[in-house]
Write a protein that binds this ligand. Sequence first.
Ligand SMILES: Cc1cc2nc3c(=O)[nH]c(=O)nc-3n(C[C@H](O)[C@H](O)[C@H](O)COP(=O)(O)OP(=O)(O)OC[C@H]3O[C@@H](n4cnc5c(N)ncnc54)[C@H](O)[C@@H]3O)c2cc1C
Length: 529
Amino acid sequence: MRTDVIIVGAGAAGLLAAVAARRLGHEVLVVEADAAVGGTTATTDGALWLPANDLMGRGGIPSDSPDDALRYLNALATPESPVFAARRAAFVRTAAALGRWLSTSKIALEVIRSLPDCRPDADGAAAQGRSVRVRPVAAKLDEQWLGRVRGADPAKSRPGLLARLASPFRHPGLLSGGAALVSELLRRALGSGVELWLEAPLVGLQVDGGTVTGVTVQRDGQRVEVQAARGVMLACGGFEGDQSLRQEHLPLPTSSAWSVGLGAEGAALAAGAQVDAAVAGLDQAWWTPVLLADGVAHKVDAARVAPHSLIVDQAGDRYLNEAQPSVLAGRRMYEHNRGMRSVPSFLILDSRHRKAYPLGPWAAGTSPKAAIESDELVRAGSLDELAQTLGVDRAGLIGSVVAFNQLAKRGKDTDFGRGDSAWDRYFGDPLLRRNPSLGAVNKAPFWAVRLYPGDSGTKGGLVIDERSRVLRADGTAVPGLWACSASAESVFGPAQPAQGAGLAAALVEAYRGVLDLSGQLDRIDEVLG
Ligand SMILES: Cc1cc2nc3c(=O)[nH]c(=O)nc-3n(C[C@H](O)[C@H](O)[C@H](O)COP(=O)(O)OP(=O)(O)OC[C@H]3O[C@@H](n4cnc5c(N)ncnc54)[C@H](O)[C@@H]3O)c2cc1C
């Protein structure tokens, strides 16, 4: 079989690459391992970090420039190789153009109001406006395809007239976030003649004299070879779901059960190995502290930022700003674990927290019986009892809580700076005026969960250049092969610039790769300046 372009993976990056390649006149085949479309993307909030996007500079949102964004990225701890410098510059130059591409494709974006970059005090940071998302949309896919978008419920995705009349402003039943982005891209892909094979995992690349000429996929129990006249784009995620790759590359201890990612198993790494592609950053992930409920990992972003909570290690000592961005918090858990035992750590809450804020899968105000019985959620009448049940040093825990409560009373965390940055305050409780993320932990009963350094996907992968071409160790490009998103090393290195940075980089890399394989990238870069 023959086509022009083969895209491996039908998340947002793969679908955007497919639509863009089709518009440039190519025949396109997307091969997807799963029975559903949308990958991780469809299950997320779908935030996109697009510096200098067209919504900035209007409606009270400050204006922005790619240069400011580049200064900001340079201020974060990102790797300093020339390839990285070129990739960062290409990202900030292309991000706004990608926003325009989505808008002219009638995929409308809206600013996530008041959400700052993760490091609001760094040079070039923006107070708001760079993080955007796709506006909620009515699902316009036919029933059969809508049922195949991961996370979309066809029964709930078509607002009836009554629902719309009842709540015209709240968009009942509309698709939102990543599911909206995926369904809109899928509709355009199918409408423009992109061929999409589900349950067709990549088995390997076809290689001829060092040039990638196609792929082998498993389909209907058979191996099928497909040739690609223009090239192959890997958009099939990282390796968070493969325990042996985790143990080989990520800091220890590690477990695929701690990942809230899709569970990608390193297909891109295996494909890259066939053509001696270079790999980098394999010890990094999009870290995020997680709790386990029924053995399944859940983020605790809202719970750890909300007041009336603190995190301690196994000696009962507080050791981090609980409200910091997730990648920094997760990495800190590992760093601290080198000296003190902090895997797992403990998130300690008082009764006000449990009444007012959700905790992983458990809604505010609930006492989930099964979780309490299985000891995944611990409840105790006193801190003494809590320490004993958790096996934490009693004096350490009580001392930490007493010290924490004094800081909370003053509204200033002089130990770890919780609530100092606009980022911490954005996610705190606005009802606490002095410090939205700091409140005493002193009302029984007390609660606790074990926290693990989980992830929402890996960050290392194939080395690519600013054209998304896969590179060998000597810096030369592998002809016929492009990669993007978690299949490649993150353009941000270990850093977390902002909410939506991962997905934005995924789409920018997919877009630039398709322009490159079409011979259009230089022309576009000239226009972008
Ligand atoms: C809980 C959570 C929340 C997140 N929130 C955000 C956010 O708000 N903003 C943000 O920027 N990022 C967020 N992220 C990260 C973000 O989801 C990813 O950066 C983004 O989805 C990557 O898109 P993608 O298309 O590359 O990957 P995916 O959407 O994961 O798609 C990859 C596809 O490849 C397929 N695949 C895997 N192996 C094979 C194979 N062998 N053959 C064929 N196909 C294969 C998979 O089945 C999948 O469909 C979040 C992640 C998680 C887990």
